[in-house]
Design a protein around this ligand. Structure first.
Ligand code: VG1
Ligand code: CO
Length: 543
C-alpha cells in the first residue's frame, strides 16, 4: 500500500453555491474533477489531518464511487479516522448529528439534494465544519481559491473497502469505521420528542403517510416511525434509496411529490402526509386536502414549541431567511424573543445557533431546523408536527387555522422559472437590480413601496458581510415582493419570485393563495419584464 502524488490541473467553476458544489454527474466524472475539489478541502483545512472526518451521501449515482475515492484520499492526506455510513449512506442531518456527537473535525456530504440523480442527473459535494453545519462563506471561498491553483492530489492506491458491513477497517494508517447510518440520529430524535405521546397517537388510529421519494430518508423514517413509534407497516412509501430516485425528482413540493399529494387530496387521505428530499433535510407537511406552507410551518412550530420536551423553556430566538414569510416574526414578537433575518442558505444560521441566539430557524424552501444539529432536518420537522398533534389532538388544518386566527395570515407563494437561458436571466436580473432603488416611494399594486433594495447582511456574531442576497420590495401592510436567482441549479438559470401579503381579517383567511396574491404577482412579473425578456409567463413550479 502506498501513497501516490498525482499531478492535476484546475477546473473552472468549482465555487460552492448556496449549498455546496453541484454539477451534472458528467462534470464530476471528467478527469480529476472530484479529487481536485476534495484535495482543495484537505489543503484548506489542516485540522483534518490527524482528525476525524464523517463521510456519506444520499445514495445517488456516483455516491459509492466518490466514497471509495475520498476514503483513499483521506488516508493519503493523514486523516486519522473516517466515520462512513453503511453503504456510503448518510442523510444531511445525520452527518450533522454524527459530526457533533463524535466531535469530528468535519464532514463531506455527497448530495445534490433535491436535484434529480442518475447518470444524467446531478451530483454534489459539500463540506461541513466541526459544529456540524455547512462551511461558512469564508471557508467555501478559501476552498474555491485553492481549486484554482491546485496542481496535485494525494491518493492511497489501496483496494476498495467493504462499506456494506458495519465494522472497523484499516486503510494504511487511517481507521475507517462503517457505522449504522440511522442509529445516532434516531437516538437524538428520541431525546427531543415525546415518543410515548406519539406512540399513543398512532395507537389511537392516527394515520401518517411518509413519502421518502426513493431517496435517503426511507431507512430513517422506517426505523423511527414504524419501528420505534409503532406506525403501521407501509406508513413509509418509496422507502428504498435508489441511485436515480426511481426516475423522480426528489423535491418535496406540490409539483414533484405528486403521488403523495394525490393521496392527501383523495377520500382515503391519511391524517398527515409528509415528504422529504434527496438528502433528507427538507420537509413538506400536508393534512387531508390541506397544504402547510413551509413559512407557516415554521411559525406554527415556534408558537407550539413549549409543548415539545426538547424545546420547552429554552426558546431564545428564531431566524428565517429573507424570502421566507414574516409569519414567524409575529410569533417571536408575541413570545418576546429575538427574530433574525438572514440570507438564503443554511450556512447563515450557523453562528446564531452556535451563539445560542436562536433555537428554531427555517426557510420557505421546505427547510426547518433547530439547534439540535446545524442543518435543516426533514424528519425532525415531521416528528415536531406529530408531537404537537399528539399534545393538542387537533387536525393539521385546525392547528393552522387556529394559528391564523391568533396571529393573522401571511399569504405566501413562490414561483420558480426554471432552466431559463442563463444570459437572459442574468441580464433581466442585473437590469432589475439597477431599477429597484428608483421604485422606492412609488406605488405597486395599489400599495406604497416603503423600501426597495438588494438585501445585504452583516452576521451579528462575527461581523461577516454578505451582499447581493436578493432584490426586495417592501410594501405597505407587510406585503413584499422578492426576486432571486437560484444558487443550486445546474441547468441554465432559475429565477425565483416570492410574494407575500398579510391579512389580519379571519373572515378572509380561507381565500385561495394564488388568488389572494394575484395582483402582487402580476406587479412582480411586470416589473422584471418577465414575458418580454424570457418568453415565459407560466412558472415551472409553484409553492
Ligand atoms: C435553494 C433554496 C434555499 C436552500 C437551498 C439548499 O437555494 O431556495 O432556501 O437553502 O436550496 O437546500 P437556491 O439558491 O436554489 O434558491 V437543499 O435541500 O438543496 O440543501
Ligand atoms: Co436537501
Amino acid at each position: 500500500m502506498s501513497v501516490s502524488t498525482v499531478s492535476t490541473q484546475p477546473f473552472e467553476g468549482q465555487r460552492p453555491g448556496t449549498s455546496g458544489l453541484r454539477k451534472k454527474v458528467d462534470v464530476f466524472r471528467t478527469g480529476n474533477y472530484l479529487p481536485n475539489f476534495v484535495q482543495s478541502v484537505f489543503d484548506t483545512r489542516p485540522d483534518l489531518k490527524g482528525g476525524t472526518l464523517v463521510l456519506g451521501g444520499d445514495g445517488r449515482f456516483y455516491n459509492r464511487h466518490a466514497v471509495q475515492t475520498i476514503l483513499k484520499m483521506a488516508a493519503a492526506n493523514g486523516i486519522h479516522r473516517v466515520l462512513v455510513g453503511r453503504g456510503g449512506l448518510l442523510s444531511t442531518p445525520a452527518v450533522s448529528t454524527i459530526i457533533r456527537k463524535h466531535r469530528a473535525e468535519g464532514g463531506l456530504v455527497l448530495s445534490a439534494s433535491h436535484n434529480p440523480g442518475g447518470p444524467n442527473g446531478d451530483f454534489g459535494i459539500k463540506f461541513n465544519v466541526s459544529n456540524g453545519g455547512p462551511a461558512p462563506e469564508s471557508v467555501t471561498e478559501a476552498i474555491y481559491r485553492r481549486t484554482q491553483d491546485i496542481d496535485r492530489f494525494f491518493i492511497d492506491d489501496a483496494a476498495d473497502l467493504p462499506i456494506d458491513e458495519t465494522g472497523h477497517y484499516a486503510l494504511g494508517r487511517m481507521q475507517v469505521t462503517v457505522i449504522d447510518p440511522v442509529a445516532d440520529y434516531a437516538d437524538l430524535m428520541e431525546q427531543l420528542f415525546d415518543f410515548d405521546a406519539i406512540r399513543d397517537l398512532f395507537a389511537s388510529g392516527f394515520r401518517v403517510r411518509f413519502d421518502a421519494m426513493h431517496a435517503i430518508t426511507g431507512p430513517y423514517a422506517r426505523e423511527i416511525l414504524e419501528h420505534r413509534l409503532g406506525a403501521t407497516a407501509g406508513t413509509v412509501i418509496n422507502g428504498e434509496p435508489r441511485e436515480d430516485f426511481g426516475g423522480g425528482h426528489p423535491d418535496p413540493n406540490l409539483t414533484y411529490a405528486e403521488a403523495l399529494v394525490e393521496e392527501l387530496y383523495s377520500d382515503q387521505a391519511p391524517d398527515l402526509g409528509a415528504a422529504s428530499d434527496g438528502d433528507g433535510d427538507r420537509n413538506m407537511i400536508l393534512g387531508p386536502r390541506f397544504f402547510v406552507t413551509p413559512s407557516d410551518s415554521l411559525a406554527v412550530m415556534a408558537a407550539n414549541a413549549e409543548r415539545i420536551p426538547g424545546y420547552a423553556g429554552r426558546m431564545t430566538g428564531v431566524a428565517r431567511s429573507m424570502p421566507t414569510s414574516q409569519a414567524v416574526d409575529r410569533v417571536a414578537k408575541k413570545l418576546g424573543i429575538a427574530c433574525y433575518e438572514t440570507p438564503t442558505g443554511w450556512k447563515f444560521f450557523g453562528n446564531l445557533l452556535d451563539a445560542g441566539q436562536i433555537t428554531l430557524c427555517g426557510e420557505e424552501s421546505f427547510g426547518t431546523g433547530s439547534d439540535h444539529v446545524r442543518e435543516k432536518d426533514g424528519l425532525w420537522a415531521v416528528l415536531f408536527w406529530l408531537n404537537i398533534i399528539a399534545e393538542r389532538r387537533e387536525s393539521v388544518i385546525d392547528i393552522v387555522r387556529d394559528h391564523w386566527r391568533a396571529y393573522g395570515r401571511n399569504f405566501y407563494t413562490r414561483h420558480d422559472y426554471e432552466a431559463l437561458d442563463a444570459g437572459k436571466a442574468t441580464s433581466l436580473y442585473t437590469d432589475l437590480a439597477e431599477k429597484i432603488p428608483s421604485l422606492r416611494g412609488g406605488t405597486l399594486a395599489g400599495r406604497k413601496v416603503l423600501l426597495a433594495d438588494d438585501f445585504s447582511y452583516t452576521d451579528p456574531i462575527d461581523g461577516c458581510q454578505a451582499s447581493g442576497q436578493g432584490l426586495r420590495l417592501i410594501l405597505e401592510g407587510d406585503s413584499r415582493i422578492v426576486f432571486r436567482l437560484s444558487g443550486t441549479g445546474t441547468e441554465g438559470a432559475t429565477l425565483r419570485i416570492y410574494v407575500e401579503r398579510y391579512e389580519a381579517n379571519a373572515g378572509k383567511h380561507t381565500q385561495a393563495t394564488q388568488e389572494a396574491l394575484a395582483d402582487l404577482m402580476e406587479a412582480a412579473t411586470d416589473i422584471c419584464q418577465l414575458k418580454a425578456r424570457t418568453g415565459r409567463n407560466t412558472p415551472t413550479v409553484i409553492t
